[in-house]
Design a protein around this ligand. Structure first.
Ligand code: CP3
Length: 360
């Protein structure tokens, strides 16, 4: 049996899995029987952990993503501490965009900020295609991690074209995505050229992670919920589908996630996902009806519930497990990322509860 890192979820006994491809997380993604419902948390590596804040002190976010040893340690921290069923690479959705020559930084408390927002076709042409050599630091970090993690799977990830385009067109985070939509409706040929370029870049980012040994990928379209289903299908789905189709031969589960996407769940599944991530607004049993029987679901505890008294958290976790049991496959997660103010001990307790309450 291969070793798992100290403190990671025990999968022992006679049913010890043969590597990460047979882990509860990957099995649940594939809708296969599991010994317990697997659990991990979006943004599990980050500011909720004091050991993260200590390591990151004085190192800018993008710079930290380019140091493989640092990425390794930050990625492992929540696996050791919480015993989650999967690690997620410490990086950011804008890392490959920066590698493509876009001048941007990640501002603490704000997010990605772009020096020169994209407004026309000439701006799109300045975003150059990338090669795996541009992301050699990602390849190195993933290889280090896969060696450390043993049976625990590593999730690779990337940003979907719409969410990346929103940062590039707005120049930073936006509530309304008004400039993004103005470009989409007003200059559809520029919009499609931009998304096609971003699909290529973000697809390369995923390919590097999978080739280096990632066991699954998650495509984050965090802000897709800003769109109607008709606009999503017309302006966004083809580009996300291109990214996911580019990985069809890789043999790893593909998770597709966005926030506020109740009306888009079916379409996001059609984009080529094996697993659809669901936020806290839609119960998983209702979500699976929209998504269809041939896909697993991931989610969906409201991250704010973690600030409630424990009995409330426990009731909510059990409700989600019961609703997840009515789906073809369930990966427990939050409905969006861990908030920085979250008590990490509560996260550890949620992992233990999910494992214990779902043991079969
Ligand atoms: O643990 C993990 O989930 C893996 C690491 C990860 C980060 N960003 C690290 C990070 C992942 C998967 C992301 C994805 C990401 N980045 C998304 C999609 C997921 C989502 O939350 O919807 C988006 C929209 C971004 C863009 C971005 N980068 C934002 C909105 C922020 C937060 C800004 C802030 O300070 O509140 C970042 C910075 C960022 N990315 C941090 C981390 C740990 C915080 C950096 C810090 O410590 O200051």
């Amino acid at each position: 049996m291969t070793t798992t890192i100290a403190g990671s979820a025990s999968q022992g006994g006679d049913s010890a899995p043969a590597g990460p491809a047979d882990s509860p997380f990957v099995r649940a993604c594939r809708r296969l029987p599991v010994p317990h419902t697997p659990v991990w948390f979006m943004r599990q590596a980050g500011r909720s952990l004091p050991e993260y804040r200590e390591l990151r002190a004085g190192v800018p976010m993008l710079e930290s993503c380019r140091r493989p040893e640092l990425v390794r340690e930050i990625t492992l921290q929540p696996v050791r501490r919480h015993g989650v069923d999967a690690a997620i690479l410490f990086s950011d959705i804008v890392v490959p965009v920066a590698a493509a020559g876009v001048d941007l930084e990640i501002v603490p408390g704000t997010g990605p900020v772009v020096a020169r927002p994209v407004r026309d076709a000439a701006d799109v042409d300045l975003i150059r295609p990338i090669t795996p050599d541009d992301l050699s630091f990602v390849d190195e970090a993933v290889r280090l991690l896969v060696a450390d993690l043993g049976d625990t799977p590593l999730i690779g990830f990337a940003g979907a074209p719409f969410t990346l385009a929103s940062y590039l067109v707005e120049g930073g985070p936006s509530r309304t995505h008004a400039r993004t939509k103005a470009l989409m409706y007003g200059a559809p040929e520029v919009w499609h050229a931009l998304c096609a370029r971003l699909a290529e870049i973000t697809g390369q980012f995923l390919r590097v992670q999978v080739d280096a040994g990632a066991s699954a990928v998650q495509l984050f379209d965090s802000w897709a919920g800003a769109l109607s289903e008709a606009d999503y299908r017309r302006y966004v789905l083809p580009h996300s589908a291109a990214v996911l189709a580019g990985l069809a031969d890789a043999g790893v589960p593909r998770i597709h996630f966005g926030v506020g996407t109740a009306e888009l769940l079916g379409a996001m599944g059609e984009a080529g996902a094996d697993v659809v991530g669901v936020d806290w607004r839609t119960p998983l049993d209702a979500a699976t009806v929209r998504i269809g029987p041939d896909k697993a679901v991931q989610g969906n505890l409201d991250p704010c519930v973690l600030f409630a008294p424990w009995p409330v958290i426990e009731t909510e976790v059990r409700r989600i497990l019961a609703e997840g049991a009515a789906t073809p496959g369930h990966v427990f997660n939050l409905g969006h990322g861990v908030l920085p103010e979250t008590d990490p001990e509560v996260l550890t307790r949620v992992v233990a509860l999910v494992h214990e309450a779902s043991a079969r």
